[in-house]
Design a protein around this ligand. Structure first.
Ligand code: SG7
Ligand code: ZN
Length: 258
């Protein structure tokens, strides 16, 4: 797992299975969600978001696979069929090339330009390494983006920092932000898909309860394109940093009940 470097392997995920045992497992992510095969589950009620409105100071980091923002405050999710409360740890994104298609999950074969992952772990764990030993230790919320005519100003501070984190392992401090700022107030949060899967980068640990929201968040083409300024190790543009679709292997995908 520690041998993984993006510059030689991110764009060749077929190599992952050899280097990382779990990447060849039977419950991998991302997946294509075939909506007519999803099963409606009445227990999948709207999630309860706590402290998503609270602002925090953090830095944005180019970790060689994505740009990532750590969450230093206690923001949690519960309900929505989750067995317990999970706290937010970090968020990061996956994108294409110059605003082209780049989401990890797809819906009926449709890929979106970008996907946000807000990574949470069970409230009582102290770090992700521990949470990843629990088959449902991690809960990731996935949101798609779609191109809109006007810019989404709530993303300005993040997008403005991208030029400062071009190089792998570089950091930049963000002005105060909140998790709520990432999700428009009018966003439909009641329609989502749920399945059991994995991390989408090595070690591809099968410890993730995935929630993929149906409705995309708007960003302008100029905003989407800005992500391609970031670079992998070795000054190559960080583009198409998504993992290809993985086999379902008989897993059931559920959809929310409303
Ligand atoms: C990103 O995706 C990183 C990773 C993350 C990985 O490349 O943000 O974060 C860290 C801390 O390296 O891995 C454990 C973890 O969150 C996979 O996350 S994902 O499955 O949501 N794409
Ligand atoms: Zn991710």
């Amino acid at each position: 797992q520690s041998q993984f470097t993006c510059e030689d392997q991110c764009n060749a995920p077929e190599k992952w299975n050899h280097a990382n045992q779990d990447c060849g497992g039977r419950s991998q992510s991302p997946i294509n969600i075939v909506t007519r095969k999803t099963l409606k589950d009445e227990t999948l009620t709207p999630l309860q978001f706590k402290n998503y409105q609270q602002t925090f100071r953090s830095s944005i980091k180019n970790n060689g696979h994505s740009v990532q923002v750590g969450i230093p405050i206690i923001s949690t999710i519960s309900g929505g069929g989750l067995l317990t409360t999970y706290k937010a740890v970090q968020f990061h994104l996956h994108w294409g090339k110059d605003g082209g298609l780049g989401s990890e999950h797809t819906i009926d074969g449709e890929q979106y330009p970008m996907e946000l992952h807000i990574v949470h772990m069970k409230n009582h764990y102290v770090d992700l390494t521990t949470a990843l030993r629990d088959p449902v230790g991690v809960a990731v919320l996935g949101f798609f983006y779609e191109e809109s005519k006007s810019a989404n100003r709530k993303y300005d501070s993040i997008i403005n920092m991208l030029q400062s984190v071009r190089a792998t392992n570089s950091n930049g401090s963000l002005p105060p932000i909140s998790l709520a700022q990432l999700i428009p107030p009018e966003q439909n949060l009641t329609s989502y898909y749920r399945y059991r899967g994995s991390l989408t980068t090595p070690g591809c640990t099968e410890a993730v309860v995935w929630t993929v929201f149906e409705n995309p968040i708007p960003l302008s083409m100029e905003q989407l394109r800005a992500f391609s300024k970031v670079q992998f190790h070795g000054s190559k543009s960080m583009v198409n940093n998504f993992r290809p679709i993985q086999p379902l292997n008989g897993r059931q995908v559920f959809r929310s009940g409303s």
